[in-house]
Design a protein around this ligand. Structure first.
Ligand code: ISE
Length: 334
């Protein structure tokens, strides 16, 4: 069976997913699209030989759409995720699940009413081979308990439309989810250190910044977010445990040496750095949805990330530690 996927919001991210689904991923095909920009929907539909639906609701409820991918703008997610859940369809939603914790709670309520997990949130780093190996080593117990994790999330530049809070809820959200998954714990507090600002930023940004999170058991996680670092898309992570450390390796396939020195090829964006992770993530989602099974991050993970982001954004405007508190985890997400 080929899973017939309807995509809402086929912008840059959505088009990259379509390309993967139609070239390297098996078992699915994007057969319909919808977009607030009807011309874009028509253009993508023509390219893929599919249908352009007049609205996301029409796409979600179409009888020949089996599952839904949402790649639209974050504030538009809630209504479409809930409609897909109510239609009983598996839905893959790019991060964030929704921009507020309350909206994520409403999504969880709809899913609980449906009685099964239908929502997968696009946190692709969980599918990255190097993070997976780091988790395997930690879970093996061979290096003891985790004590600290040092992260860096560097983007070459961001556009002027990148607002001040996005450093947390669009960029650091990846480390927030990955660290919850890696450590298997929730965060209890957030703080932000604000160092000297780079002259290469737009004036409205605190860039770089360091988000400091503490887990229930006291593990300290820091995340340098530097979105105008100029030189590349550089993702680093070092886990410090009681009897050893694990660090993400350099990602290059080859090391080049010439008269200027030894060079590692740098990735320049998330599609390059996490290309394999996106393929694995979407492949697993398609295989699972076709078999009527949930996979990947759940709505609970989307909710938890939103709560930690809210605390991080608050800590960006205040000095000191911001406490994080979450609702009890519903049984569906146990
Ligand atoms: C962007 O939305 C992403 O998801 C990228 O992975 C991240 O590196 C970037 O900072 C975000 O703006």
């Amino acid at each position: 069976m080929t899973l017939r996927i309807g995509m809402i919001g086929p912008g840059g991210m959505g088009r990259a997913h379509i390309e993967r689904i139609h070239t390297v991923i098996s078992g699915g095909r994007v057969t319909g699209v919808s977009d607030v920009n009807a011309d874009n929907a028509a253009a993508v539909a023509e390219q893929i030989g599919g249908t352009a639906y007049a609205s996301s609701a029409d796409l979600i409820n179409a009888a020949d759409i089996d599952a839904v991918m949402i790649c639209s703008y974050g504030p538009a997610h809630e209504v479409d995720v809930i409609a897909a859940v109510e239609a009983g369809k598996y839905v893959f939603c790019e991060k964030p699940l929704a921009p507020t914790a309350d909206a994520c709670v409403r999504i969880m309520e709809a899913e609980q009413k449906a009685g099964k997990r239908l929502v997968t949130v696009g946190f692709m780093r969980r599918f990255d081979a190097s993070y997976q190996e780091m988790k395997q080593i930690l879970d093996s117990g061979e290096i003891g308990e985790a004590l600290m994790v040092h992260n860096a999330h560097r983007n070459p530049t961001v556009p002027e439309s990148y607002t001040w809070d996005m450093a947390i809820n669009d960029t650091a959200i990846h480390e927030i989810d990955t660290m919850r998954w890696l450590l298997g714990e929730e965060f209890v507090s957030a703080r932000v250190d604000k160092p000297k600002k780079t002259s290469n930023r737009f004036p409205h940004l605190q860039d770089p910044l360091v988000l400091i999170l503490t887990t229930e058991s006291g593990v300290r996680v820091d995340d340098e977010v530097f979105v105008n670092c100029q030189y590349g898309y550089d993702i680093q992570c070092e886990l410090v445990a009681e009897q050893g450390i694990v660090r993400l390796g350099d990602q290059e396939l080859v090391v080049r040496a010439d008269k200027l020195g030894r060079h590692n090829r740098l990735t320049m964006d998330h599609n390059q750095r996490f290309g394999q992770a996106f393929v694995t993530e979407v492949q697993e989602w398609i295989t699972a949805a076709a078999a009527d099974r949930h996979t990947g991050s759940s709505s609970w993970d989307g909710y938890a990330a939103a709560v930690v982001c809210d605390a991080g954004v608050k800590a960006l405007t205040e000095d000191g530690e911001v406490p994080i508190s979450m609702i009890d985890r519903p049984a569906l997400y146990a």
